[in-house]
Design a protein around this ligand. Structure first.
Ligand code: NZQ
Ligand code: ZN
Length: 385
């Protein structure tokens, strides 16, 4: 096991009615002004807004609304939120939504306390914020696991980069699977695939030798696969939805990453594709993963073979490479089975998208078993078409 430091500060309230039961007590611990942040309005249609607002009013909070946070949140939206938080001397940011709302609020929380531009600070000076407006998250769509970490993925439209910034980590997160029952089914599946992707991107990192994190990871992957299959037969199965909700947090709360250098090459490619096309995150990953893996598996054949056998139940073939390939085939078949796109055309990526600039602006990761060149990434992107 590599050396590591581990802490996860987010207190999780998980399950049915967790917001109704505990949000009031949590709010008592913060000041009067609460910024209620949300997306395009789903929370107004499914009753979550009324639940939360009722509790805020009961606790006599002054509520500042920050709405319209879009999927794949932009840097301009972060700046709008930071200005609003500063003007109103916000004591707590309450992020109600999915990864997009949570990510946007993490950076709002940091930017509001800074005199300098947080993008320049992190990407040019490589310095990181240390002061934050406290953040709490109420998750309404699962998949990213954003609620238990301090990473945020923000699209800088001017620079054409969808990049990771570090911001606040939520003190408290409410995960009520019932709040996700109104999520369109396609999004439920693409969110669950995002979770599977996070687990795979960690599992295929380094080192490849046996360690506890990988054993736990295999259990998470098998659980995600099993529960997606339950939902295919029974969309509203609460047990399966709640298992996927916790798997989503487990895949991104650092536990699986302990002692590992993660891969995340598929994510880096998808993020840049997103910067140019604004595509759906989980669906974009579904197209990229099998193509990327067929390109790199020979450099990590033992690990891919273990993935095939322990996650997909593939029987050992004549040699390691054949077993490895059968696992990737199983992954590709699963993506088809669950109705996610398998090509950029199916994903709705415009044919004239300049894949060369997407490739050239993609970050090459150190944890991938094969260190890719930008030309190879371009080949992978062309194969995804
Ligand atoms: O905006 P509203 O109207 O709320 O609609 C949202 C949005 O259209 C809808 N939705 C959310 N809860 C709902 C609901 N619809 C009905 N009922 C509900 N209960 O779902 C749509 C998608 O929401 P979004 O937050 O965009 O999805 P997701 O959670 O997948 O987040 C995607 C973003 O997270 C980033 C992605 O790159 C992308 O920008 N990621 C963040 C990570 C992190 N911080 O750890 C890790 C991931 O790898 C990922 O990159
Ligand atoms: Zn992801």
């Amino acid at each position: 096991m590599n050396n590591f430091i581990f802490q996860n500060k987010t207190k999780v309230y998980f399950g049915k009615n967790s917001v109704k039961e505990y949000l009031g007590n949590v709010l008592d611990q913060y000041g009067e002004v609460v910024m209620l942040a949300y997306g395009g309005g789903s929370i107004k249609r499914n009753g979550v807004y009324d639940d939360v607002m009722g509790i805020l009013n009961q606790k006599k909070k002054r509520v500042v609304e920050f709405s319209g946070i879009m999927s794949n949140p932009t840097y301009a939206k972060v700046q709008e939120g930071a200005a609003l938080a500063r003007e109103n001397h916000v004591d707590l940011i309450l992020a109600v939504g999915g990864g997009s709302v949570s990510d946007c609020c993490k950076i709002v929380s940091a930017q509001a306390m800074l005199d300098e531009d947080i993008w320049e600070m992190q990407t040019v000076k490589h310095t990181y914020p240390s002061k934050f407006i406290p953040l709490a998250a109420i998750v309404t769509v699962f998949g990213t696991g954003s609620e238990m970490n301090n990473g945020a993925v923000i699209t800088n439209e001017e620079k054409k980069i969808k990049g990771a910034l570090l911001g606040a980590q939520a003190d408290v997160a409410f995960l009520d699977p019932e709040y996700s029952m109104s999520v369109p089914f396609q999004q439920v599946i693409s969110g669950a695939f995002d979770t599977l992707s996070h687990a795979m991107e960690t599992y295929f990192g380094k080192p490849e030798e046996n360690n506890l994190s990988d054993d736990i990871n295999e259990a998470v992957m098998r659980s995600v696969i099993r529960n997606i299959r339950v939902l295919l037969k029974d969309e509203n199965n609460y047990e399966a939805r709640s298992e996927l909700a916790w798997a989503s947090a487990m895949a991104e709360n650092s536990i699986l990453k302990i002692g590992k250098v993660t891969d995340f090459q598929a994510h880096m490619i998808e993020h840049q594709l997103g910067a140019y096309t604004n595509c759906n995150h989980g669906a974009g990953l579904a197209v990229i993963h099998p193509v990327l893996y067929r390109h790199i598996y020979k450099s990590g054949a033992a690990r891919f073979a273990r993935f095939a056998q322990n996650v997909w139940g593939v029987e050992a073939k004549a040699n390691e490479e054949k077993t490895a390939l059968a696992g990737i085939d199983a992954l590709a078949a699963f993506i088809k089975e669950i109705g996610l796109p398998t090509t950029f055309a199916e994903l709705g990526i415009p044919e004239d998208t300049d894949l060369r600039v997407v490739a050239d602006s993609t970050v090459v990761t150190a944890g991938c078993c094969k260190k890719l060149t930008h030309d190879e990434i371009y080949d992978i992107l062309k194969e995804c078409r």
